[in-house]
Design a protein around this ligand. Sequence first.
Ligand code: 2AM
Length: 168
Amino acid sequence: MPERLFFAVQPPPPSRAMLAGSVAAMGRPARRVHADDLHLTLAFLGEVGGTEAPSRAGDRAATQAPPFSLALDRFGLWRRRGIAYAAPSRVPSALLALHSALWSALEAEGWSRERRPFRPHLTLARGAVRAPRQVTVDPWRVEHLLLLASGPPPAPRYRVLASWALGG
Ligand code: 2AM
């Protein structure tokens, strides 16, 4: 069965544990994302037959984008979609540059850029009716671009297929 692939960046494990704690007492019906699975999506590709084309795009994007620091300091709920999330209150220009470089590289491989605006966020829980608790997470240095595959439950569901050091 083809897997669903996506590009993302991930906070380091201690930050993921802190973030997971923000939805620790969410109660049902929220489906919390496993701490190991917490990530910020840059590009969702859906079902892809192989990893060659995404890997070429990852290669190219990573060489064009420098590492940067990212602080997830805004916690909220998209009520209609039931998504509890953490997001940066100030989106670093380097994150936008990485997103843009990645999509340019994906376009060169035949993908069409998503039409909806990029709203960088890390999903903490789905089916949520309450906002997450505000927790303090140290800013982290984003040094790697990841290509992940989404597997079926149970969590953790995401598998790292490839990782590129940022180095623009
Ligand atoms: P979400 O966190 O906002 O739900 C793996 O499924 C990742 O890809 C998730 O982070 C999810 O975003 C995102 N994703 C899933 N389906 C998507 C789609 N159709 N378009 C864009 N992003 C999607």
